[in-house]
Ligand binder design. Structure first.
Ligand code: NAD
Ligand code: DAU
Length: 352
């Protein structure tokens, strides 16, 4: 038995693969295009592990994905592969359309062709878990209730629109072709191996380097933060017990304004690694131009997954961010390689 994980060298994908082997021995085939966001160093500890195979490739390459499915006969596909950064989608939406929409379509077609030919039992047991985001629901006013699974899709950025489109395709392939799919819509993750273009890792690395901590606009935009390992546990629960054709919201019940996130991060860093000049890390906070079309608030109502599948986050923001900060302090090599771009040479160095 094996599972295929796409986008496995990215932030959540790599955490998922590492977390998977902490819980069972079933093999994983990792597929990743290794865009700028894909970092094989994240999976370095599995390099000699016979349970793990890494394949460099695009979810949009039907010939490749079909041959992988045929050869390895996975019982499930977990689709993390995507362009994921909102700011990049504003600067250049093309890659988001290619991967998140066209790529998902091609992946669905490859999986459908594989799935229809499976024997009845394997067909029944097969799952595609599609990993999506709370951003598809749009933005909430401060007094509005958190997003439930029935909230209308109102995406506002090229990124969230492309993810919404991919969710619709996945839904349609279930409804029309009977493909056994489940979609998860998760809030903001943080934790180890997070690429330093996103708020939390960017601020950690900038703080330690004595650089400014850039807050967009007034910093009062609210996100619901979830420690990445809690997200991984939710996905495992959905894979094993989730109902076909359903969507599950995943969140940390942890709403915080961006400014408060960065201030707390600074306070913990002051404790773990005080600045040599005696000043506070929060002195590095600066306010910069806001993100165009910036969504004001996201909040996830995770009642359904909690009631149906018994999943609850283990970490509070305080405990999760402490672990995260300690991880970055303990993994200076990873940080150096990402910052210098050397991580891109990893594949050549290790596998030539
Ligand atoms: P990431 O950008 O860190 O990783 C994405 C990975 O996908 C990278 O390794 C990249 O190389 C790979 N990839 C990109 N295009 C590909 C393609 N065409 N074929 C194969 N691989 C490709 O993203 P992430 O933060 O780990 O997010 C993973 C998934 O979870 C995404 O679908 C994202 O929308 C979703 N999500 C992320 C968050 C979050 O807070 N990061 C929250 C909710 C949902
Ligand atoms: O909600 C889930 C989403 O969370 C995922 O679907 C996305 O893939 C993921 O990137 C993340 O999107 P956000 O835009 O919320 O994450 P980001 O870390 O880019 O920004 C978090 C908040 O911080 C957001 O309100 C913008 C703000 N911000 C971000 C950066 C990079 C700043 O104030 N300054 C910054 O420099």
């Amino acid at each position: 038995m094996s599972i295929l994980v796409t986008g496995a060298a990215g932030f959540i994908g790599s955490n998922f693969v590492l977390d998977w082997f902490e819980h069972n021995n079933e093999s994983v085939i990792s597929l990743d295009k290794l865009t700028y966001a894909g970092n094989l160093e994240n999976l370095q500890s599995l390099q000699k592990d016979p349970r793990h195979i890494f394949i460099k490739g695009d979810i949009g390459d039907q010939a490749l994905v079909s041959s992988i499915l045929k050869e390895h006969q996975p019982r499930a596909v977990i689709n993390f592969a995507a362009e994921s950064h909102v700011d990049r989608s504003i600067l250049g939406p093309q890659d988001f359309i290619e991967t998140n929409i066209v790529g998902t379509y091609n992946l669905l077609e490859s999986i459908r062709a594989y799935w229809v030919d499976l024997d009845e039992k394997s067909k029944e047991n097969f799952r595609l878990v599609h990993i999506s985001t709370d951003e598809v629901y749009g933005s909430l006013e401060i007094n509005e209730p958190a997003f439930t699974e029935t909230h209308a899709y109102e995406p506002n950025s090229p990124y969230s629109a492309s993810k919404a489109a991919s969710d619709h395709l996945v839904r349609a392939w279930h409804h029309t072709f009977g493909l056994p799919v489940i979609t998860t819509n998760c809030s903001n993750n943080y934790g180890p191996y997070h690429f330093p273009e996103k708020l939390i890792p960017l601020c950690i690395l900038n703080a330690l380097a004595g650089e400014p901590l850039p807050i967009y606009g007034d910093g009062q935009q609210i996100r619901d933060w979830l420690y990445v390992k809690d997200h991984c546990a939710a996905i495992r629960a959905v894979l094993e017990k989730g109902r076909l054709g359903e969507t599950y919201n995943v969140g940390g019940w942890n709403e915080m304004a961006n400014l408060d996130v960065v201030k707390l991060l600074c306070i913990i860093l002051d404790e773990l690694k005080p600045r040599s000049d005696g000043l506070k890390y929060s002195d590095q906070i600066i306010y910069v131009k806001d993100r165009p079309g910036h969504d004001r608030r996201y909040a996830i109502d995770a009642t359904k997954i909690s009631k149906e599948l018994g999943w609850k986050p283990k970490e509070t923001f305080e405990t999760g961010i402490r672990k995260t900060l300690q991880w970055y302090l303990d993994h200076q090599d990873w940080v150096n390689h990402v910052q210098s771009g050397e991580y891109k040479n990893w594949l050549t160095k290790q596998y030539q």
